[in-house]
Design a protein around this ligand. Structure first.
Ligand SMILES: Nc1ncnc2c1ncn2[C@@H]1O[C@H](COP(=O)(O)OP(=O)(O)O)[C@@H](O)[C@H]1O
Ligand SMILES: Nc1ccn([C@H]2C[C@H](O)[C@@H](COP(=O)(O)OP(=O)(O)O)O2)c(=O)n1
Length: 255
């Protein structure tokens, strides 16, 4: 097996969007590992702002207060696909941002347009500092990085997405709550950005009938089709897993 060496490989920017539970995070992380690339979870940034608001008694119904909180946040987010880490100030909130209390309110942050502008700017800055990066979210293919070397919309049926999230949460969440976490949140989020249909030039990967490995393979095929030589050589290498990931700067300061 030949590994991808991030230092020698050409610059590569991959943008991935899709609805909740389509597999963006798990698939993009694995794709980043195999391409010797950094990984940016932009959803974690919206979640961090939501956590920060809740933690500092900011009124989430007041858009200006939420914007002020987003402007003042001291956020550090890792871009190593093997070491997810989100820190606000001195507090590690990697786990806290996945709690249902944050999931329930994050759309309030994500539908605040000035906050979006601010975070989009920070995401672009972070992406600029990495030669090879896979970034995922809802508006990466259309707003954050429309000029990316490869752009992919990852979808799956609502049933498949709900079933996956149910398993991921250990079967602890009832069907009604799952539906709100998946379809309810997507409905709110899609009032400000379209992540259900691919924009012009964006490839589509439908993972409904695929398992995780098959989805990674399909995604890598689509990236190779679009980005060609920038992908490097070859696709089957797993740089990070074999200790060959040459990311010298595994953190991006998002401020
Ligand atoms: N193609 C797939 N087949 C089966 N399970 C999948 C697939 N893609 C992702 N999963 C699982 O579904 C869950 C949700 O995936 P995740 O990557 O968190 O989605 P998203 O980031 O789009 O919300 C995870 O437990 C993940 O392992
Ligand atoms: N680029 C992005 C990324 C996420 N968001 C929003 C949409 C979601 O409700 C939240 C959290 O995103 P995240 O990707 O963590 O959501 P999932 O639970 O994985 O579906 O942020 C966004 O509006 N734009």
């Amino acid at each position: 097996m030949t590994e991808v060496n991030a230092q020698e490989s050409p610059r590569l920017v991959v943008a991935v969007d899709g609805p909740s539970g389509s597999g963006k995070s798990s698939v993009s992380k694995e794709v980043a590992r195999r391409l010797g690339a950094a990984y940016l979870d932009t959803g974690a940034m919206y979640r961090a702002v939501a956590w920060h608001c809740a933690n500092s008694q900011v009124d989430l119904t007041d858009p200006e207060a939420v914007l002020a909180a987003a402007q003042g946040i001291e956020l550090v987010i890792s871009v190593d696909p093997d070491a997810e880490r989100v820190v606000v100030g001195t507090e590690d909130i990697t786990q806290a941002i996945r709690e249902p209390e944050v999931t329930a309110v994050v759309s309030t942050v994500a539908t605040n347009m000035p906050v979006r502008q601010l975070l989009v700017e920070r995401q672009r800055q972070m992406m600029d500092t990495h030669r090879r990066i896979v970034a995922e979210g809802r508006d990466i293919t259309t707003v954050v990085a429309p000029d990316a070397d490869a752009r992919v919309l990852l979808t799956a049926s609502a049933e498949a997405r709900m079933a996956r999230r149910g398993i991921q949460l250990g079967g602890t969440v009832g069907e009604k709550d799952l539906k709100e976490q998946i379809s309810g949140r997507d409905a709110k989020d899609s009032t400000v950005v379209d992540f259900m249909t691919p924009a012009d030039g964006v490839g589509l990967v439908d993972s409904t009938e695929l398992d995780l490995e098959q989805t990674v393979t399909a995604m890598l095929g689509e990236i190779e089709r679009q980005a060609g030589a920038a992908v490097g050589n070859p696709l089957e290498g797993n740089a990070a897993a074999t200790g060959q990931n040459d990311l010298t700067d595994s953190e991006g300061r998002a401020e």
